[in-house]
Design a binder for this molecule. Structure first.
Ligand code: ACO
Length: 329
């Protein structure tokens, strides 16, 4: 086994300026600030009115390159997690590389919904650990407003738009991505999916009329799977690495629902002050939530801190990643 680990050497986020509050939503669908706040923890979310996922990603990655003092031509690989690509093809990763002059990088899009970022950094880490790659960028970005039905109160209150990106580089001090557990269960497509637009139901008048290009979710079913699996996998990665709750400095949970986050933290035996939470400001940005949490909390992170990243999403997909943080800000 190589002694090279993949460390996160920088993180940067991007959020569109336009804010959609619970109050705004209560004028569009039959809902209330009280319902949304108590059931989800969300107060407002950001909406990208003009532009695509690649524009949000480009904003985040441009900042990341600057922050890490990286020449765009030195980036070797870009993994972009999204369920809202600019096009079915080419990949948004390719569009992004073109926009920012990352001429020597190859890249691909990764579809794992809300688990996209943890799938992405686990994959990116493999290229670093071989010793062959020195600079890998992983982006989590979603323009959920492009696939949300603003006539469906059960989904439109949950999601928002945003992007986050990290740089992965080799580390020889035993810091960085230490372990990961990733899972999936394709039968979950029955409870959470975007039914049309792919090869099964190509776009037609019929699919548009039936609103099949929007996210469909059986919230209650998904909640049950999410709350159990996110909590269990987070506990599993702690046990596998002999980590007690005292050893964990931060839980970085996917921001889908405050009740799911609380259940995960409880299962891990963590107090609230160790849990990164920004769901109140951005809602569920799907692949964007975890890097946006790291970005928001970056100043509080210290070299050597133990982080557990944990997510559950459409697919179903879920998993947890154990990271030893690499730098002080
Ligand atoms: N405002 C007011 N009432 C509402 C709203 C709303 N926005 N939405 C639903 N309701 C109503 C329902 O119609 C229902 O009414 P009824 O009892 O008369 O039928 C009632 O509220 C309860 O509905 P539930 O669906 O049981 O509400 P729940 O407490 O489960 O909350 C929610 C819904 C927030 C969607 C929750 O189920 C959830 O968080 N699910 C998991 C989401 C998740 O983790 N998704 C995975 C990641 S997303 C991805 O991968 C793309």
């Amino acid at each position: 086994m190589s002694n090279i680990t993949a460390g996160i050497t920088g993180v940067q986020g991007f959020l569109p300026e336009d804010i959609l509050t619970n109050h705004d939503l209560s004028k569009i669908v039959d809902t209330s600030d009280e319902w949304i706040t108590t059931r989800t923890g969300i107060k407002e979310r950001r909406i990208m009115k003009n532009g695509a996922s690649s524009d949000m990603a480009a904003n985040a990655v441009e900042g990341l390159l600057k922050k890490t003092n990286t020449n765009p031509e030195d980036v070797e690989l870009v993994i972009l997690a999204t369920v809202t690509p600019d096009y079915p093809f080419p990949s948004t990763a390719n569009v992004l590389c073109d926009k920012l002059g990352m001429k020597n990088a190859w890249g691909f899009d990764l579809i794992a919904a809300c688990s996209g970022f943890i799938y992405g950094i686990s994959t990116g880490a493999q290229f670093i650990e071989t010793g062959k790659y020195k600079k890998v960028i992983v982006v989590g970005v979603d323009k959920m407003s492009s696939i949300i039905d603003y006539e469906d109160r059960t989904t439109c209150v949950i999601f928002g738009d945003g992007a986050g990106a990290v740089m992965l580089e080799p580390n020889n001090e035993g810091l960085g991505i230490i372990d990961f557990i990733l899972r999936s269960d394709g039968s979950g497509r029955n409870h959470l999916l975007q039914p049309a637009g792919g090869s099964k139901n190509p776009a037609s008048y019929d699919t548009v009329e039936k609103r099949m290009h929007f996210v469909k979710q059986e919230g209650k079913q998904v909640f049950k799977f999410a709350v159990t699996n996110m909590a269990e996998i987070s506990a599993e990665i702690m046990e596998r690495n002999n980590l007690s709750s005292d050893d964990v400095d931060w839980l970085v949970p996917h921001q889908a629902n405050l009740r799911i986050i609380d259940a995960t933290a409880n299962r891990m035996g963590l107090s609230k002050d160790k849990v990164m939470i920004n769901i109140q400001n951005y809602g569920n940005t799907t692949a964007g939530t975890l890097p946006l949490c790291l970005w928001d909390y970056e100043k509080q992170l210290k070299k050597g801190d133990t982080l557990i990243l944990s997510a559950f999403g459409g697919g179903f997909t879920w998993g947890a990643v154990y990271i030893k943080w690499l730098y002080n800000t």
